[in-house]
Design a protein around this ligand. Sequence first.
Ligand code: GLY
Ligand code: MN
Ligand code: MN
Length: 430
Amino acid sequence: MKYHPINNRLFIKNRKNFTSNMTPKSLAVFNSNDIYPISADSTMPFEQHRDIFYLSGVDQEESILVLFPDCPNEKHREILFLKETNEHIAIWEGEKLTKEKAFETSGIKTVYWLQDMEKIMFEIMTQCDTVYINTNEHYRANVETETREDRFTKWLKEKYPAHTVAKSNPILQRLRSVKDTIEIDLIQQACDITEKGFRRILNFVKPGVWEYEIEAEFMHEFLRNRSKKFAYTPIVASGNNANVLHYIENNQQCKAGDLILMDIGAEYANYSSDMTRSVPVSGKFTPRQKDVYNAVNRVKNEATKMLTPGTIWADYHVEVGKVMTSELLGLGLLDKNDVQNENSEWPAYKKYFMHGTSHHMGLDTHDYGILTEPMQANMVFTVEPGIYIPDEGFGIRLEDDVVIQENGAPFNLMRHIPIEADEIETIMNS
Ligand code: GLY
Ligand code: MN
Ligand code: MN
């Protein structure tokens, strides 16, 4: 792991919050992700499943966490099953968690090697009535792959068909959406690394540079600051590429006069940051580009103010739509007729701004959170309006990550990342 150790108070507290939501005489199981194969003996780099990480801090493959708060044997109220390691195995496989290190990381005292799992599971399954399984109910999830968690669930249900099954996911969706101060600090670190990358490219971008060269500059800065990777596949989109919302090829040359939209963020300790900036290739916006840029920035500022406790996500989007409509009228992109005759299911502004304004952000870039429930303090959201104008050869999006406060405006985790058009120009020309 490239990141510094995380205070295990976080994981201890997360488990306590989770178990306080469980029914009597129940246990819950969480699995690591597989290491996904490519072909031959090639594999993708390991990425831990965010739920077992959230509850234990264990960032290692082939790990299982069991929580059984009512277990008659106190020793079995929290169990980690890990891949065996010892000095000999370490020579071949590199550093893996020892039982002591697993305790330090997670605060869990009972650690068994994986080969003891079936025997111990038999003992504790006979002591409980309900088993919580961990299914993926994220509103954007679209998974065809059978995960390690899915395989475990299949095995468990087949072997113990008489147990009642319950769902962990709704509990985790609620818990993970409200961040602890330790988590906010980790997200802040991810945002600070992203800032370093952005400042680096402001003095790098010039006519003739290739989009992938900009991507490489970000990656360089991320890696040297203990981020292992981009938090999501980055978008570096010059000119009309910015109007392809999911453009990820990043393989075109940037031309003088164009804008470059960069949706790019570092991960740190498995926490994401999610930033978008739009900058002029030549270091200076045209008057029209600047007008549109400032309109997007105003929408972003207005939207941010609406992220307060009690706000409902869908209502917020209706309000942001009104602000955007007024800006598009000001820019001459819509006229009064367009608005008067608009279809309420697909309002006129969506011609130029067709995606959502905010999503939860955290261990997943599109993080857990139940969108029909009111916003709460310490939820982290993105704010990311955009205006996309293929006819004019550019698209602009601006995106920051903010923390909802008990009172007043949200706290901007990207407050130090330049965003004002004039400031961007000044830095690019310095
Ligand atoms: N980078 C993904 C998003 O902005 O939602
Ligand atoms: Mn986003
Ligand atoms: Mn983004």
